[in-house]
Structure formats: C-alpha cells, structure tokens
Design a protein around this ligand. Structure first.
Ligand SMILES: [Zn+2]
Length: 210
C-alpha cells in the first residue's frame, strides 16, 4: 500500500490555507469554503478574486477623518448636513459602521487606528493622534478661537481604550475642546462593534464630560 496521501491536491490546499488566515475560520471551515469556491464558474471565481484586489487597490483613508473611503474626502466628511464640530473618536472603521447603522449621530468621526498598547509596542505615535490635533487646530483657525468643539472619546471600554481616551483628553482639553466619554452600558472589556443598537444609542446619548 502506498503511504502517499491521494487526497492531497495542491491548489485546493493553497486555497484552504488562505481561508484559514481569515479571523474565526478553523481548518474544517477553511476546507468547506475552499470546496465551495471550487463549485464557482470561471466568471464567479474571477469576480471573487477581483473584489479582493479592488478592495486593496481602490480603498484609501479619508484625508480628514482617516476612515476607509474610495474618495480623498469620505461621504460623511463631505456631507454638509453633518456637524463638523462634534467629532466621535473611534478605534477603527468597524466602529464607524456600527454607529452609522443607528442613523442617529449627526456629527463626524476620527478613526485612530487602534489604541495605545505598550505591551504590543503600540505607542501614541502609531495612532492618528497628530492628525486629530491638526484637524482641531484648523477648525479653530477657520472658525475662530471661541468655536465650540466636542470630541466624543468612543474608544472601547477596555483598559487600553480607557487609557487612550484619558491620554487624548489631556491633549485636547488645554486647546479648549470639550471631551466626553460614552455613558456606561457597553459591557466592560466589550466592543462597540458588538454592542446592540439600543445600548450603543444610549451610550452616545448619555455621554458625560471627562
Ligand atoms: Zn472622512
């Protein structure tokens, strides 16, 4: 008897390996997805591959809020109905999506790109904090020194999220910015992205100055 594994098909293994790299996908699911893709027609496979390449090629960061966008200035920042002086500070684009889904918030965002996490070698310089300070300064220079600006520190209620909110609050307050924090309600250690709509809405509505 041959000891060779007759079910080994290299391209299938490579495809499964790619799925395996996705978050939450174990070995079994990776093969399930790979076999599913095998059923695709040539044009379906082409569309699938092209969507990945296009996402990488066409998506950039909005120059103002740092959120993902397919334009230099994103749809939210270029919407004249949104309050440019109420800036919701979030960790990543998924948080923007979670808040936008509520359809209640009429301010704008600033995406930090994570939180300060010394253990992971992530200092403040790795986040879009300098960009936030620049943005605040240009808002003042465009609208005058008594322009009212509020920054809602909507980082997640984790140890790092809280510390990052405090760090940024200390930078912003001397500039005259009102800094608020989401009301308690989102479970400690939890993630904005996974909070239910009512909890998230109440947390924004009930925000308190820090
Ligand atoms: Zn933007």
């Amino acid at each position: 008897m041959s000891s060779q594994n007759n079910t080994f098909v290299a391209p299938l293994e490579r495809l499964a390996e790619q799925f395996r790299k996705l978050p939450g996908i174990g070995k079994k699911n990776a093969y399930r997805l790979a076999y599913h893709v095998l059923e695709y027609s040539e044009s379906e496979a082409q569309a699938f591959a092209q969507a990945i390449l296009d996402a990488k090629r066409l998506i950039c960061r909005c120059k103002i809020c740092q959120n993902i966008s397919d334009r230099e200035i994103c749809g939210i920042c270029s919407d004249s109905r949104r309050k440019k002086n109420v800036i919701c500070l979030v960790e990543d684009p998924r948080d923007v999506a979670a808040i936008e889904k509520l359809g209640e918030f009429d301010g704008v965002y600033h995406v930090l790109g994570g939180v300060i996490s010394p253990l992971d070698g992530k200092g403040p310089e790795k986040l879009k904090i300098a960009e936030l300070l620049e943005r605040i300064k240009s808002l003042y220079s465009e609208n005058g020194d008594d322009y009212k600006i509020e920054v809602i520190a909507a980082t997640n209620p984790t140890v790092e999220g809280e510390a990052t909110a405090m760090y940024i609050s200390r930078l912003l307050k001397p500039l005259g910015v009102k800094v608020t924090r989401l009301a308690k309600g989102i479970p400690v250690g939890g993630d904005l992205e996974y909070a239910d709509d009512v909890t998230l809405f109440k947390a924004i509505e009930g925000r308190v100055e820090i």
